[in-house]
Design a protein around this ligand. Sequence first.
Ligand code: UD1
Ligand code: UDP
Length: 375
Amino acid sequence: MRDNPLVLHVLGARPNFVKAAPVVGGLAELGIRQGIIHTGQHYDALMSDVFFADLGLPEPIANLGVGSGTHARQTAALLTGLEDVVLEHRPALVVVYGDVNSTLAAILVCAKLHVPTAHVEAGLRSFDRQMPEEVNRVVTDALSDLLFATSPEALSHLAHEGVDPAKVHLVGNPMIDSLFAALPKLDPAPVQERLGIDGRYAVATLHRPANVDDPEAARELVDAVLGVAEQVPVVVPLHPRGRQRLADAGLVDRPHLKIVDPLGYVDFLSLVRGAALVVTDSGGVQEETTMLGVPCLTVRPNTERPITVTHGTNRLVTPASLPAAASKALADGAATPSGELPPLWDGAAGPRIARVIEAWLRGDSLSPAAKGALR
Ligand code: UD1
Ligand code: UDP
C-alpha cells in the first residue's frame, strides 16, 4: 500500500451529498485520508450548502464551479476541471456516486489517467436510454474498478453487462444510512408551521426532464397534480429545473397548492415523514418513502429502483392515472407488499463500503467468504 493514500470523493448534485456522507464518515472512522471535490454542478445554497450543514460533510478541498449548461457544455467543463484536480492530487482512489453528469465526467477522466475508481450505487437500470442518467450509469459501471451495489437486482444487471463479479460488492444503501442518522431530527411540526400547513397533506417533487422540459408534458403533469390538490393540500418544494415551465403550465400558489423553494435535507424529510402521500419523479425520494413507510406515487414510465415497488410503498403512475391513484393511496395508506425493507437497508452501508475500500487500499482482494462476512 502507498504511504497514506488519498481517497477523493467527486460530488456535484444534491443526491450525491446524501449518498456520500455515510461513506465519508465510514472512511473517517478508519483514519483514511480523504477529500471532497465539489464540481459545482449544483450551486444554489438550497441545492448544495444546506446539505453540507445538515449532513455534517467536511468542506470540499476544491470547488470547480462548473455550473449549468447543455449536457455537452457541462460535461466538457467537468472533464477539464476534474482532470486538473486529479493530476494535482494524485489520489489512490476516486469515489463517485449515483448517475449525475459529475459522476460520468469523473469516471472518464480517471479511466484516461489510469486512476482507480469506485462507484457507489452501481448496477441500477431503468433500461430507458432516453434518460441522461441511464447513459451515465452504463458508462460509469463499465469503467469502475470497484462497484458498490445498493440492491440485489443490480448484481444480475452488472453480470449481464459483463462486469467481473469480483469487482462488485452488495453493501446496502448509503442514502438510507443518511436517513437513519437524520431520523431523530425529523420533526414535521416546525416545518409544517413555517409553511402554514395544517392537517393532512401531500408533498410533490418534480424535476425529471421528461416531465418538466416539454410544455405539453408539463401541462399534463400540472393538471394531474391539480387533480391531487382537489383531494388533499399539496406542498411542492420545487427544484429549479423547469420552475418557469411548470409555473407557465399552472403550477402556482392557489388554494390547496403551495409552491416553495427546495427544502434543506432535514426540513424536507421532516415534511415527508408527516405526509399522507408523496408524488415524485425523484430517484432518492422513492427510496426514502419506502424507508419512512409513506405512500409514494412516482410519475414515470419506469424506475431503476424496482425494489421500492416490490418491497416498499412506491407505485408507478402516469399523469392520467395520478389523481385516481392518489385517491386510493390516501384511502389505503402505505401498503407494502412484503412488509420488509429491502435487504441491507440497515443504516450500515457506509461502514461496509469503507471496509471494502480499506482492504482494497491494502491490496487485499476480498474472497467471496470475506464479502459475505461484510453483510
Ligand atoms: C441533475 C441530475 C439528475 C438529478 C438531479 C438532482 C444530471 C444529468 N442530472 O439534474 O439526475 O436527479 O440533478 O437534483 O446530472 N439549477 C439552478 N441551481 C442549481 C442547480 C441547477 O438553478 O443550483 C438549474 C439550472 O437552470 C440548470 C437546471 O437547474 O440548467 C438543471 O441543472 P443540472 O445540474 O444540469 O441538472 P438537474 O436537472 O439538476
Ligand atoms: N431533497 C431535499 N429537498 C427537497 C427535495 C429533495 O433535501 O426539496 C432530497 C431528498 O430527500 C433526497 C435527495 O434530495 O435525499 C434527492 O435528490 P433529487 O430528487 O434532486 O435527485 P434524484 O434522487 O432524483 O437524483
